[in-house]
Design a binder for this molecule. Sequence first.
Ligand code: GLU
Length: 380
Amino acid sequence: MTPTVRPEWTSARRIVVKIGSALLVDRATGRLRATWLNALADDVATLVDTGKEVILVSSGAIALGRHALGLPKGALELEQSQAAAAVGQVSLAHAYQNVFQARGRATAQILLTLGDTEERRRYLNARRTFEMLLAHKAIPVVNENDTVATAEIRYGDNDRLSARVASMVSADCLVLLSDIDGLYTAPPGTDPAATHIPLVDAITPEIEAMAGDAGTELSKGGMKTKVAAARIAMAAGTDMVITTGKPLHPLRLIGEGAVCTWFIAPSDPVTAKKRWIAGQLEPKGHVTVDVGAEKALGQGKSLLPAGVTAVAGSFDRGDAVIIRNAQGRELGRGLIAYAHSDAERIIGKKSGEIAGILGFEGRAELIHRDDMALTRIRDE
Ligand code: GLU
């Protein structure tokens, strides 16, 4: 088969690249894989020289720090990971600074927590910082701020973090450098019948089922978090590609037709606000809609209380919730116009009855279409 290079790669102007710990840190010695990093820096410098903007999302802080602190092998307690990250992040940032300085580029360290992308004001602030750095041709290197991120407020994996960053900066392409060259119909290590999937244009339940659970000791995400990342990226209009980062020069290889799985975003433009809604990692609850409402949403209509059969979770007015169909499949996400206690009382009712039930005049829609980001629904 002759290798093909996707036009999405050739035309991408703003690219986010996620680098996993297993690529950057030698598992046996806990040391940085310097040859690999230098080759990667060459690839990044070449992309930047040809007019592209590159943001790196790099793991490796915990892997480097745990070795430096002499922590035991195996799973770490949260506090141990946080301490390891605090130590390792210094080496990580330093390593990037060295390789990019040698290529005449400034490096910027950006540490994010979940709140920085879930809260709109902080999200907009962070976005401005990225824009400024890129305008000055610096290379932003992002990681989760593991030292302060407790269990409830952390991404936990850099797959989804990188998708949130890609969505925040409206990247054209997100590259996940992995230890595998893409998505397979089943885990290829255990199932000899597994076949590689070169292209995905919608996250269907079948695609979700193909993503097993497995992560390794060094990398938090398995294929599952990668598919979750694809969902966020695609909803934001960003194409995503999974390829192996094992060889030297993995980015150059994408441009030479390396084996990859491409997740192609729908081409209809998404507003910045919808992009932000779609990427919310921690919706506060969900609403279940009936068949009629599902159809209406597919036609671009708002969600009215009449089409909702159930609400769950604890949300306030303006919080993000997941919209599910009768089978439980996620149709999209939206900002709900009523708090849970009120929503519960008006579902199944006509909008004209709302004032009578609640005693105040609220919005006719439970979720307005402008406050809603739908997952692409396949034309049946
Ligand atoms: N933020 C973690 C680190 O730098 C990695 C998370 C992940 O592997 O996805 O070590």
